[in-house]
Design a binder for this molecule. Structure first.
Ligand code: SF4
Ligand code: SF4
Length: 214
């Protein structure tokens, strides 16, 4: 599973960094490196861009996996450069930003937007498989998620725009409900197409999400 990110518009990063003149930049060697949003090259490019704006970069690093506990050790290794900075710019997903902010008592600024959790189908091709909606219907849709695969997130069959098995929103994409229909047919479970699913209840997803195993 990979956390998919996209760099924020540079103007937005610039605005957030406006009060700070000494910056430490941290990237992530796992997901953000794979998606080319927070790896060695992107951290270097960001450093150069900020230098051109007159900011001083006190140091940079690419943490092996920014979201895990070992991040605290990496932060300690860069204690001096971090101490010299007045903020940390993080080029990882929100999980990494959260992790770093646990250890650093300075403003932590995200340079990326976190979009979704995905699997990598083929090298460089990421596909969202679950939006963690809290009300899973995969048992009735032959393992294909209608929330993430259908552009409209429909849970009761296709919309009126499906055409020749393609989606009306994106003609390059297979209609999710054609995929579901075909797979259910292969499994001799087409009767499930007639089953009504109540409208999705987004309140079943707890906020804040907490699980305690006693
Ligand atoms: S229906 Fe889709 S989004 Fe919801 S839990 Fe199942 S796989 Fe995830
Ligand atoms: S054409 Fe299919 S995938 Fe596209 S929005 Fe309609 S039901 Fe969803």
């Amino acid at each position: 599973m990979k956390s998919i990110t996209r760099q924020k518009p540079f103007e937005e990063i610039q605005e957030q960094l406006e009060p700070f003149d000494r910056i430490f930049i941290a990237g992530c060697g796992t997901c953000a490196t794979l998606t080319e949003t927070g790896g060695v090259d992107q951290v270097r490019e960001m450093s150069d861009q900020l230098n051109e704006l007159g900011k001083r970069i006190s140091g940079t690093t690419v943490i092996p996996t920014a979201c895990d506990e070992m991040t605290s050790e990496v932060m300690k290794e860069h204690n001096r450069a971090i101490g010299d900075a007045n903020c940390i710019l993080v080029m990882s997903c929100a999980l990494g930003v959260h992790r770093i902010s646990l250890y650093i008592d300075k403003p932590v600024i995200p340079a990326l937007d976190t979009l979704f959790i995905a699997v990598e189908d083929t090298p460089g091709n990421f596909h969202e498989v679950c939006a963690q909606c809290g009300q899973c219907v995969l048992g009735e849709t032959a393992g294909i998620c209608p929330i993430t695969t259908c552009h409209k997130g429909l849970v009761n069959g296709p919309c009126g725009g499906t055409n020749d098995g393609k989606c009306e929103i994106d003609r390059e994409k297979d209609c999710a409900w054609t995929l579901i229909y075909n797979r259910l047919k292969e499994q001799n479970r087409l009767y499930l197409m007639k089953k009504y699913n109540p409208p999705h209840n987004f309140q079943v997803t707890p906020r804040p999400g907490v699980l305690k195993i006693s």
